[in-house]
Each structure stands twice: as structure tokens, then as C-alpha cells.
Design a protein around this ligand. Structure first.
Ligand code: A2P
Length: 276
């Protein structure tokens, strides 16, 4: 990562095409469509989040769109990500349907959700979606190094982002380095291990020493190295607590202790068990 990859205020990652991706976003995976999702997104926006991450597969784009409208914020103030469900045939048509559900005329980031059926087949449609203005930036998710090579080869517009499961226990160093070489921003999902890492004894000890919560320590571990992160929560207090990681700092020693937790051997893989 080059130094200019982080915005001057330290709060956004500048992507290869110049787009700014806020380092902290609210993820809404596993939040049911309806009031729970509308509330979570509203609370996040009210607290100061300017980045919301949804997907066609989550089934809750309509609630995200509703919360966005109800927030009263200008559309341009909020970075909105959705993801192409790769069991659909056509990324362009799927984008049109997402925009209708979200009630917006473009998203900021549109990702291939996973490389089902091969890494490259959806990419021409993703590029077309961007060319039509449906997405400002396009990228991928759950792609390993070979899949990144495959989709980038011959692309008119290479992916700007690879969103993968990433946290101290899944510190995919080789994948991170490969993304860096390609000018692709690695973005972390499941930064709290879907909640499982919150009770890890090392995480708890680092948190106690730093005067932070385990969730904040895990999120700061990503943010401090310029990795955008999208924790999920449906609780207002937690949503607010998570945002505060933009204004704290972990010591080099705390970062090193967390670095020691990796169980992937610094893998180039994007996931341990593909679900497709
Ligand atoms: P909840 O949604 O009930 O608040 P990940 O982002 O890795 O998928 O983790 C999400 C899980 O972590 C959810 O179960 C969420 O619970 C929980 N979570 C999110 N933020 C916090 C926090 N600050 N403290 C405790 N649990 C949290």
C-alpha cells in the first residue's frame, strides 16, 4: 500500500481509481429485511457512518435504501456497496434490480460476491454496469490470488477491491501482499469473526491493556493498517462503539500480539471452506 492510499484525515482508503472508501462501514449480512435493518442503518448514519455494505444475496437492499432516505443525508454523502449474486446470469440486469430496491441511481461499489462458475465470466457484465453508471467502482469478493490474476487478465478495468474474511486469526498476508501489488484494496469482512473472536483471551488482554473493548481492538487492528472494515451489529450502542475506532491508536506491541494469532499460515487463499 502506498502512503497516499489513505486520505489525509485518516478515515478513508483511496482506491486505484481515486474513489474514497471510508475505512469503517456497517455490514448488514444476516440482518433480516425490515425494521431491524432499517434501524441499524439509521443508527449508523446518525452516529456518523458514511459507508454501508449490503448484497443482493442478503435480501435487505430495500431496507438499506429506506434508511438512507429517512436519514435525510444527501445520496453523495454515503458510500454504498452491493454485491452481484453470482447465481444470476447477468450483472447488468442484477444491478438494475438492486438500484430499484435501493431506490438510488447508482451504487459506489459493486462486487462479484464470490467466484462461482469461474473467476472471470461475470467481469464483462460488471464493467458494463460501471460503464452505464450503475456503479462508480467495481470489484470482487472471496477471490484468491489465482482468481485475481484470472479476472484481471484482459480486463479493461481491473477490480479495485477484494472483500474477504480477514481478522487477526485469518491474517491472509500473501493475499494482502498480492492485492497490494495489483493496486487492489483488500477489504475485511467478519472482522469480529462473526462475534466469535470477541472472547479470545489474547484479544481480551490487549483490550484490557488498551482500555478498549475486544470489538474495538479487532476493528482497530484492520483500520490501523489502512484496511477498510465492515462490522455488523444491530445494537445502537455497539454500532456507536465500533465507530470510535477511527479515533484511537494501538501500540506496536498490541498490534504484534494480535498479529501472532493468525491460524491460516499467512495464506493466499480467500477462505478456508468455499460454499459454492
Ligand atoms: P449484534 O449484531 O447482535 O450486535 P462480524 O462483523 O465479524 O460479522 O461480527 C458480527 C457479530 O459481532 C454480531 O453477532 C454482532 O452482534 C457482534 N458485535 C458487533 N459489534 C459488537 C460489539 N461492539 N460488541 C459486542 N459484539 C459486537
Amino acid at each position: 500500500m502506498t502512503e497516499d492510499a489513505i486520505s489525509k484525515d485518516g478515515k478513508s482508503r483511496v482506491l486505484a481509481d481515486g474513489t474514497r472508501l471510508p475505512l469503517l462501514g456497517l455490514g448488514v449480512w444476516q440482518v433480516p429485511d425490515g425494521p431491524e435493518c432499517v434501524d441499524a442503518v439509521r443508527w449508523a448514519l446518525d452516529a456518523g457512518y458514511r459507508h454501508i455494505d449490503t448484497a443482493q444475496a442478503y435480501g435487505n437492499e430495500a431496507s438499506v435504501g429506506r434508511a438512507l432516505r429517512e436519514s435525510g443525508l444527501d445520496r453523495d454523502e454515503v458510500f454504498l456497496t452491493t454485491k452481484f449474486f453470482p447465481r444470476s446470469p447477468d450483472p447488468v440486469r442484477a444491478a438494475q434490480e438492486s438500484l430499484r430496491r435501493l431506490g438510488v441511481d447508482r451504487v459506489d461499489l459493486y462486487l462479484v460476491h464470490w467466484p462461482e462458475g469461474g473467476a472471470a465470466w461475470a467481469w464483462p457484465g460488471m464493467q458494463e454496469a460501471a460503464a452505464r453508471g450503475y456503479a462508480r467502482t467495481i470489484g470482487v469478493s472471496n477471490f484468491d490470488t489465482a482468481e485475481l490474476a484470472s479476472v484481471s487478465e484482459g480486463a479493461d478495468r481491473p477490480p479495485a477491491v477484494n472483500q474477504v474474511l480477514f481478522n487477526p486469526l485469518a491474517h491472509r498476508r500473501e493475499l494482502l501482499a498480492d492485492c497490494g501489488r495489483r493496486g487492489i484494496a483488500l477489504e475485511a469482512y467478519s472482522p469480529l469473526g462473526t462475534g466469535r473472536l470477541l472472547s479470545d483471551p489474547t484479544v481480551a488482554a490487549v483490550a484490557a491493556d488498551a482500555g478498549l473493548t475486544p470489538a474495538q481492538v479487532l476493528l482497530r487492528w484492520c483500520v490501523q493498517r489502512g484496511i477498510p472494515v465492515i462490522p455488523k451489529s444491530v445494537h445502537r450502542e455497539r454500532i456507536e462503539q465500533n465507530l470510535r475506532v477511527l479515533d484511537v491508536e494501538l501500540s506496536a506491541e498490541a498490534m504484534a500480539r494480535l498479529d501472532g494469532l493468525d491460524r491460516t499460515g499467512g495464506t493466499a487463499r480467500a477462505h478456508e471452506r468455499p460454499w459454492w
